[in-house]
Design a protein around this ligand. Structure first.
Ligand code: SF4
Length: 338
């Protein structure tokens, strides 16, 4: 049986019901795809519904204040995704008269949209025959076809993309792409794939040669940069100092407690450290320590600082590690958008 037929027959019977499943509006597909990058489906689900409720179309998103967009994104991390969504919505309004572009090349030219996302939108919304190759598709393909090259190399990705282009069902390209990803997400798991439940168990190279622990091959290259952040919580009269991050570093335009960074892992002398947390970003690992500073006099604020009443703290968009800390201390709700 042809590959696409086997895959789509399995998909029709086994796909999960998800809020964006069956969606044809390219705007909503785009939002769901960006949210799901680096986010688990379960976590992304609520964010997607809230985001679509707040910004139901590209015009509303383009016209929104950046701070509101970041606030709705709070807790998902990787804020560049939210900033790019906002900028791309403005691009669509300015360059495409508010109509979502309907060619692969124009979608790919939107800010924050890479090969994978452009192919996902083009195929699902517009039925264009572009394979969407994400981590799931790389893993499934490496196992089924016995590809032993490093899947993190661009050359392997290109080879797998070409192979998927040949296999793609041109009548149902969007569903073909979703089916490949779904197979990776619920059957061909990174550890302990459920080969007994897989429609390809008889022809899969990895399954038939006992190589599911070996394939795919993924070589890690660069170590992440370790950074040591010390946040001081200045408390005065039930208010706390927040400062806005500016400049070209991570977390631009988000709010945090006043920060000191050290080159090595250490504790600030003379201050009481009440919590330690870690946030892993794409290229960095942030080790955060939080210290209490009880102010007896009204503190003097510098440039980007504000004295914020404790009950208003949750109104500001903040890095994930700050949100986690505030939730742990029960200073804000567990639900980031309450
Ligand atoms: S048979 Fe096993 S290893 Fe092969 S694609 Fe299916 S789940 Fe993955």
């Amino acid at each position: 049986m042809p590959f696409a037929h086997t895959l789509l027959t399995w998909y029709d019977d086994h796909k999960r019901s998800l809020p964006w499943r069956g969606e044809k509006d390219p705007y909503k597909i785009w939002i769901s795809e960006i949210i799901l990058q680096q986010t688990r489906v379960q976590q992304g689900w609520d964010y997607y519904l809230r985001f679509i409720a707040a910004f139901p179309d590209v015009q509303t998103l383009a016209a929104a204040e950046e701070e509101r967009v970041l606030r709705l994104w709070q807790g998902l991390g990787y804020y560049t995704r939210a900033r790019n969504l906002h900028a791309a919505a403005q691009q669509i309004v300015d360059k495409h008269h508010g109509l979502f572009p309907d060619s692969y090349e124009e979608i790919r030219a939107l800010k924050g949209v890479g090969d994978y996302t452009a192919a996902a939108i083009a195929s699902i919304a517009f039925g264009l025959p572009h394979p969407a190759v994400d981590g799931n598709v790389l893993r499934v393909s490496a196992r089924i076809f016995g590809i032993a090259d490093d899947i993190s190399s661009p050359a392997t990705r290109t080879a797998i993309t070409q192979r998927c282009t040949q296999l793609l069902d041109s009548r149902r390209p969007g569903e073909f792409n979703q089916a490949m990803m779904e197979l990776g997400a619920i059957v061909c798991l990174p550890q302990k794939p459920k080969c007994d439940e897989c429609p390809f168990r008889r022809e899969c190279h990895a399954a038939t040669h006992g190589l599911t622990d070996i394939l795919p091959v993924k070589i890690r290259r660069t170590a992440k940069r370790e950074r040591f952040f010390h946040f001081s919580i200045h408390i005065y009269n039930n208010s706390m100092i927040l400062e806005k991050r500016t400049g070209r570093d991570i977390w631009r335009n988000l709010y945090q407690f006043p920060l000191q960074e050290t080159a090595a892992d250490t504790t600030l002398p003379g201050l009481r450290c009440i919590a330690q947390l870690r946030e892993v970003l794409t290229h960095q690992v942030i080790h955060a320590r939080f210290y209490i500073v009880e102010e007896t006099r009204k503190p003097t604020l510098s440039g980007h600082q504000l004295l914020v009443p404790q009950k208003k703290i949750g109104d500001f968009p903040m890095p994930k590690v700050m949100v986690e800390f505030l939730q742990q201390q029960q200073l804000i709700s567990q639900n980031p958008n309450d």
